[in-house]
Design a protein around this ligand. Sequence first.
Ligand code: AKG
Ligand code: FE2
Length: 351
Amino acid sequence: LRTSSEPTSSSASSPSTSLPGNISSVPSSSAPLPSPPVVLKPGLVLLRSVLTPSEQSKLTSLVLQYGHQSNKFWISTSHPHTSRSSWLCKPCGLSNSGGSSVSGIFYCTGCRRKAPPPMELNNARQGRGRIYDALKSYPDSEFLERICQAITKRARRVDPTMPPVDPTHLLTMYYTKPKKLGWHRDDGPQDGQSLAPVVSLSLGNDCEFLLVDDDKDPGRDNANPANRISVTLRSGDAILFGGEERWIKHTVSSIAENTCPRFLLDVQREEAERHCPEGGWVPPASFRINLTFREAPELLGKEGGEKFYYFATSARKFLKAQEELGVEEARRRVVEKRRGAKEKRQRRKAG
Ligand SMILES: O=C(O)CCC(=O)C(=O)O
Ligand SMILES: [Fe+2]
C-alpha cells in the first residue's frame, strides 16, 4: 500500500466527488501523496490512490491471469450472428480483419481455413468479463487478502462504525467497453449477509460511481441528482461500504475511455500475449478492472461448476446446447429461434 514517500500515478486533476446535502466535497487525487481516507458517510469510506503503481500492476496481472483460465472471463463460442474482432490465422500467418457472420463460422481470407472459435468475454454484449469465486481460488490469494485487510484497517481508523471484514469471496469485473453497470444493491445470494464492508478496488480507466443517499427515505429517487453521492474512481482508489451503508444502492454510471495508466496497458498486453490463443482475442485500447471483496462464509464449498458464473444468458445457453447437442444443432436452434422471434415481431407490427 502507498506510503507517504511514494509518488502517485494519477495525472487527472478535475474535481472528483460531489455529495448531496451538507456533506463537504472531497479533494481530488492530484496531490502527490495519498489523501487521508474520507468518510463520505458513516459506513461509506473513500481511499484515494491507496494502491501503489506496483500493487496496481500486480493486481491487474493476477486478475487477467486468472481470467484467462478456461471458462473465467473468456469463453470460446461460435454463436451464430456474431461479429469478431481482427484475428490472426496461425497456419498461414495472415491477419484477418474480423467482421460478422450469420453462421458464426469465420474463414481465413488467405488460406480459407476455418478460424478457431473466437474467445468472447462471458458478458460479451456489455463488453465485460465477470468472475465470482472463493478468494482462495485466485492466484496469490494471501496477497489479495493482505491488501483487503490493510485497506479496511485504514478505513476503520477514520470510521469506527465500519465493521471488520473476513473476506471469503472475490468478484472481479473486467470492463472493456465504456458501458455502465445499472443501479443495484449488493444484496444477492452471493453478496454475503453480514454488515462487513464490500471492499472495492479500481484499476485502469476512471469511472463515475454514483450512490443514492436513501437511508432516511428508502424510496428516494436515484434519478434526482440531489439525492446522489458522486465519486470519480481512479486507478488505485478504494471505496468501502459496510455497516449502516452495507446495502447502499449504487451504479457505475460512466467509464472514461483511455484514462487507464499506461503501465497497466503494458500489463494487459503482456497477459494477452502470454495467455491468449492466437487469433482468439485482441485486448481493448483501454480497460477498467474492479475487484470487490465480500464476506460470505455461507457460500464456501458451493462455488465452482457454473454456480456463480454469470454469463450473458444467451452465451450460457448456447454453450450448454453446444455441449449437449453438438455445435451444428446448437447453431440451428439459435437461428430457428431468432427467425421465430423476428416473424413474431413482424406479425405484431402488421397488426
Ligand atoms: O465496477 C464497480 O466499481 C462496481 C461493481 C459493482 O457494483 C458490483 O459488481 O456489484
Ligand atoms: Fe455492486
